[in-house]
Design a protein around this ligand. Structure first.
Ligand code: SAJ
Length: 417
């Protein structure tokens, strides 16, 4: 069948940090959107016009489109004109991508297809994943085909998301998008759907290039953060203030060094470069080394704290921030969260006071440790011997420096220079 040009009904599989905002902006653009998730709590929250996680501006849009009947959520995919697969792609022990969520999503869609539908993979994926998704579907439905313009054609495409957590609702609409169809027609159909909500440029390529482009963007950032982190280690040993060093070097018109920190967190930058490494282990030395440099940073922070704590009896450490970056509540793959947990485990005679203004309770593994408490900023600063700054949340910027005078301060973000 020729592609369905109207694409009025869109089914979004996976209502996480990317799927839900995508569903919301599509509904806002007038599409009838059905969101699918395995979590009943997520479905209930959305159908009540609320959101299961914090993201600036998201709840207002979700509340509006749910009230208008444009967005609803359920557990099983219905028949639709277009499907958007937006499920996690974690990595396995050997750093290969785990495509099992994509496979499960593909299997759940397959029985609903009749020909003419667009199936978009949004999840960040290694080269070849869009083709893999297509093959899973065609394995279940061998009477359908990815060849375009036939009575039984399906249209497969990859449109990697590129939004920055904390700015998702702005970037979802304004960022340029890379779109790679398995056929030219699939890419064009995907472009037409995304043109309904995206004001950025919609750049067409093939699926493998689109897959690799997304990985490249995050690997570029990871390598550059690793450069800053490596500098911070060297500068520390040389008695040089790395923040001043970077600030001065960045005055050069062609130098722009990123910021060091306690490590790289989140679901993307610390994960995606591994997909490039696993695609070509022999030729990815720089990208792999950058990952290793960034992953080594938390242990160096822990050692620094332990060295200072050695001289104290029953040391109390205020751990400021356990989110993976500033001003969000996302604790996934957070180096600072791991540092707090590790410190508590190793400081057996000490206490770790976690200050995280964006959450109401500690994650389970921290809550289970007897010597970890969730504390408010004032009491933590009052009680602490060592103040360990790990995330540059806004409230930490405003701390009265006088309160830090008597403390041992370890500032991994250069916030209080
Ligand atoms: N970080 C540093 N130093 C820096 C910048 C960041 O240590 O100078 C750390 C952060 O603290 C954090 C991690 O790196 O732990 C990642 O933060 P980030 O703000 O750089 O990026 P993410 O993971 O929130 O979002 C990235 C973005 N990719 C790029 O900027 C190339 C976003 O556009 C992607 O959509 C997202 O990954 C994704 O989903 O892939």
């Amino acid at each position: 069948m020729s592609p369905r040009t109207a694409l009025e009904t869109v089914c979004v599989i996976g209502l996480g940090y990317i799927g839900l905002p995508t569903a919301a902006v599509l509904a806002q653009a007038g599409k009838k959107v059905i969101g699918i998730d395995v979590k009943q709590t997520t479905i209930d929250a959305i159908n009540a016009g609320t959101v299961p996680f914090v993201e600036d501006g998201l709840e207002t849009v979700v509340a509006g489109v749910v009230a208008q009947g444009k967005l609803s959520a359920q557990t099983d995919p219905p028949a639709a004109d277009a499907y958007i697969v937006s499920v996690p792609t974690p990595f396995k022990g050997n750093h290969d991508a785990d495509l099992s969520y994509i496979e499960a999503a593909a299997r759940s869609i397959a029985p609903k297809l009749t020909g003419g539908e667009l199936v978009v993979l949004e999840s960040t994926s290694p080269p070849g994943a869009t083709d893999f998704m297509a093959e899973v579907i065609l394995g279940v439905r061998p009477e359908l085909t990815k060849e375009p313009n036939l009575p039984n054609s399906l249209y497969f495409s990859h449109a990697p998301e590129r939004v920055l957590p904390g700015r998702i609702m702005i970037e979802m609409v304004e960022n340029d998008r890379i779109i790679g169809g398995l056929s030219k027609e699939a890419g064009e159909l995907n472009r037409d759907l995304y043109a309904s909500f995206c004001r950025g440029e919609l750049l067409l390529t093939d699926a493998r290039t689109a897959e690799m482009a997304k990985l490249t963007e995050n690997a570029f950032r990871d390598v550059n953060i690793a450069f800053a982190n490596e500098l911070s280690i060297i500068a520390d040993r040389q008695g040089i203030d790395v923040w001043e060093l970077i600030e001065l070097s960045n005055h050069h018109p062609r130098v722009n060094i990123l910021q060091p920190g306690p490590g790289v967190g989140g679901h993307c930058i610390g994960v995606d470069p591994w997909f490039i490494v696993s695609a070509d282990r022999q030729h990815s030395n720089l990208i792999r080394t950058a990952r290793e440099v960034n992953d080594s940073k938390p242990e160096l922070v822990i050692e620094k704290v332990l060295e200072k704590a050695e001289r104290l009896k029953n040391p109390t450490v205020a751990a400021l921030g356990i989110a993976f970056k500033a001003n969000i509540d996302d604790l996934r793959e957070s180096p600072s969260r791991n540092i707090a947990g590790s410190l508590a485990g190793r400081l057996t005679d000490g206490t770790v006071l976690v200050v995280e203004p964006n959450v109401d309770e500690l994650p389970k593994e921290l809550a289970e440790q007897d010597n970890v408490e969730l504390a408010d900023l004032d009491s933590a600063l009052d009680r602490a011997d060592i103040v360990l700054l790990m995330v540059d949340h806004d409230p930490f910027k405003e701390i009265d420096r006088e309160l830090l005078q008597e403390k041992i301060v370890i500032d991994t973000k250069g916030l209080w220079r």
